[in-house]
Design a protein around this ligand. Sequence first.
Ligand SMILES: *Cc1c(COP(=O)(O)O)cnc(C)c1O
Length: 389
Amino acid sequence: MKKHFETEAIRNQTARTQFSEHSTPLYLTSSFVFENAEEMRASFSEEKERNLYSRFTNPNTTEFVDKIVSMEGAEAGYAFATGMSAIFSTFAALLSAGDHVVSCRSVFGSTHSMFTKFLPKWNIETSYFKVNEVDSIAGLIRANTKILYIETPTNPSVDILDLELIGNIAKKHNLIFIVDNCFATPYAQQPIKFGADLVIHSATKLIDGQGRVLGGVTVGNKELMREIYLFSRNTGPAMSPFNAWVLSKSLETLAIRVEKHAENALQVAAFLETQENVAMVKYPFLKSHPQFEVAKKQMTLGGNVVAFEIKGGIEAGRIFLDHIKMCSLSANLGDTRTIVTHPSSTTHSGLSEEDRLSVGITNGLVRVSVGLENAIDIIEDLEQALRFR
Ligand SMILES: *Cc1c(COP(=O)(O)O)cnc(C)c1O
């Protein structure tokens, strides 16, 4: 019988070997051996379920995938080298030339590049709706629309999309509903409950949680996962057993880490709301968040990312970053170390102001990925940096 979240994360484990090890060993092997020709035949024809080659499955990747499947309430899954390879392989496996995608415009930067630069090479078009214009989705759907795609909370502006509402639109129009659940983690939000067919994670973020390895995973409906698996085992985006071993260990502490991340993030958000130099703070579990009620409906915790608007626009954001002492300036998020970014002067400085605004990146927007340091020290660093203007 399925146990509680934390128990599954710890006790869902590869079978013990003859060495009676307590912790799952690392299976660094590219292939597996067979007793005889008949066993090899039966294995390759899938009459017998077992490991053949680590591009297909490996005990470490299977353990990692099994945990995510259990956490998300999914039926099957596959582990990828990165979050982007999970996203790209999922789309490539399910779409054909001439198909159409409807997606929220507020998606991860490389996902946006996939939609606008690469999928069009195969005659696959994407129509965007804005995060606050969910009513326009139905009007974007065409006869050839196959996938409805969202992220929630969104990066970097921490907006919330209503999973149940959008899930119902997908169901009504017979679309595959795919959710990038990276910011929430399976501990705080399970999109399948609200109608998602597939859930994708960049395991690089809170799932690793310690800024060490890259990874991605797609889980969900059995039939869809079968197509994704067959595509992937032939085209080769598999996660390495080493990364799977690291990530499966990370999952053992996901619940306790995410609890603490969210506790720290709420304290940071509440502090920022008191600051004179701060025009606006966005965190899903702050009452002032425009979609607070939706966040409460679909999330059990608000996650670890806080966005805020510093008064004084681009220049104020640059000055703030330059005076940060302890927190890191880095493009990653979901690390034990608190990370501060100012998208309009750094990662998104190449976009026009209009393009930035269309994804909620105002000139003074600062994103804080709140880590696991003591909240008092995080707040002290932010407070001293906010004093410079
Ligand atoms: C980082 C990220 C990705 C991409 O994951 P990688 O592991 O870096 O390839 C996709 N979606 C979201 C929301 C992310 O934050």
